[in-house]
Ligand binder design. Structure first.
Ligand SMILES: [Zn+2]
Length: 160
């Protein structure tokens, strides 16, 4: 997917949500707030922000929190109930906003987490304060060679 600004209109609400989500960040150790927003199949948007912990390794990233919010609010379960049998239809898109480093893409930890539910959906990074300040990339372009659930499940079912 190109980063054409003409593609942006459908993402205006998602981008605005990611900008708002950054205010939810709890980041006393890094002072590096991150906001994320995920739009699901229902059209609803779920917010996430980084939530740090004194142990640091227990920190949750904004993208993970947004995904947990969506799953925890029945979006995955409801997608299955209405016949969206592929879990990849559960999420439509994700936007991330890192005000201290605009244009940052999800970290590799989050790319692995997102790979459970994302395939070709658009991922948006906000690059500045303007309404046209963003770039879009498909998840498959962002994480082309991730460890996929299908690979692990196939190996787990193998009798070898
Ligand atoms: Zn991350």
């Amino acid at each position: 997917m190109s980063d054409s600004k003409n593609d942006g209109a459908p993402f205006c609400d998602l981008i605005e949500a990611a900008r708002k989500a950054v205010r939810l960040a709890y980041c006393p150790y890094s002072n590096f707030p991150v906001g994320a927003a995920i739009k699901t199949h229902s059209g609803l948007i779920y917010l996430g922000a980084n939530i740090e912990n004194a142990s640091l390794t227990q920190t949750k990233h904004a993208e993970e929190v947004a995904l947990m919010n969506a799953v925890g609010n029945f979006e995955l379960l409801n997608a299955t109930r209405i016949g969206l049998d592929k879990k990849f239809a559960f999420v439509r898109s994700l936007a991330i906003y890192v005000p201290k480093a605009p244009g940052t893409w999800p970290c590799f930890n989050c790319r692995q987490t997102l790979s459970e539910f994302f395939r070709d959906q658009p991922i948006i990074t906000i690059t500045g304060p303007g309404e046209d300040d963003f770039e879009i990339m498909r998840f498959s372009e962002l994480a082309p060679h991730g460890m996929l659930a299908s690979d692990v499940l196939e190996a787990a079912r193998s009798t070898d």
